[in-house]
Design a protein around this ligand. Sequence first.
Ligand code: TYD
Length: 393
Amino acid sequence: MSFGKMPIANGFLTSDQIQNEYFFELAPAFCSYCGMFQLIEQPEQQKMFHENYAFFSSTSNYMQAHFKQFSEMVIKCVLADRQEPFVVELGSNDGIMLRNFKDAGIRHLGIEPSINVANVARLAGIKTLSEFFNVELADRIVGENGQADTILCANVMCHIPDLNSIAKGIKRLLKPDGMLMFEDPYLGDMIAKTSYDQIYDEHVFIFSATSVSWAFAQHGLELIDVLPQITHGGSMRYVLAPKNAQPVSSNVDELMQKEQKQGLHKTETYDQFRHKCETSRTSLIELLDSLKQKGQRVVGYGATSKSTTVNNYCDIGPEHIEFISDTTPIKQGKLTPGAHIPVKPYEAFKHNPPEYVLLYAWNHAVEILEKEKNFTVGGGKWITFVPRVEVFT
Ligand code: TYD
């Protein structure tokens, strides 16, 4: 299916950059042979991850707590009785996860090609290399530090188009009794919730247990456990180890059976998904058009990467959304990719609340609705589009 021409999801820009804005065709496809759901075309990595990368992981308190728990589990369950353990994280961003290992005095190394976010981590004393991970880098790390006891990766594995090179590098970097743990948005949730906004340039893959198991098995890595997560609107944590090195949890088989029941292996499931996306698009744009006609003010909440797909696919622009409120300084004062809706600091929303808020950051709904109780109590209305377009108060 195609979502049409799309800009870089995190390519927030100034008005003088509009002329040179880059677009590509956002077209995911499903492979009925290996079960992979992936983009056909992805922009070059350097166009997405660079010194002006706009996504800072630590903007959400909830995510900070999530990665603290993740790290504590790794320290307790994987590293506890190991001598001088060594942890590597791929795509360590501003250090949201590794800071917990640093604080516990554990040897660690983050790999983060986006220099600006990596610098935040370095300033906090977290060892970070600004490079793209591949087999050569894996060998260099092993030469300098030895193999890793665990390799972690959160919302990053699905970003890397050359999964085979990554898997090869991981196999080299991981100790024979080591574990790879990564989490990413889960295909089963995306299909169940019609959360098509998970599909954007950075998310080259939307994984399932079936596709992960298949892809990594080619490189001698076995899926030994799967743990559902509520982050990013429905994610899965995958645990892998060198083949036959660790017992395989019954969770793996159970989830694969569930995926079969959900029809994730059938092309018809994706035809239905496409149909639901089209229905969602029509409902959302009709709602926003009618609010515009009634002269109601609508503001967006959270200039997420996901919002780029929603805005461009549904043809939403500044005529519908006055501005999007976002707490990330690098996004503020800029225009959203493709749709060119102004992004303003949170205070713009707080000091002049609109009648309606389009909750682009629906994955942070619990945290945001708690924070914005006064807006809701004061009669403010929320618009969501996942799992369906609706207004709630
Ligand atoms: P997020 O949903 O984490 O991810 P993605 O970019 O992967 O789609 O992005 C959340 C965005 O929302 C981020 O730019 C910060 C912003 N935000 C706020 O402005 N206020 C908040 O209270 C929260 C939780 C996030």
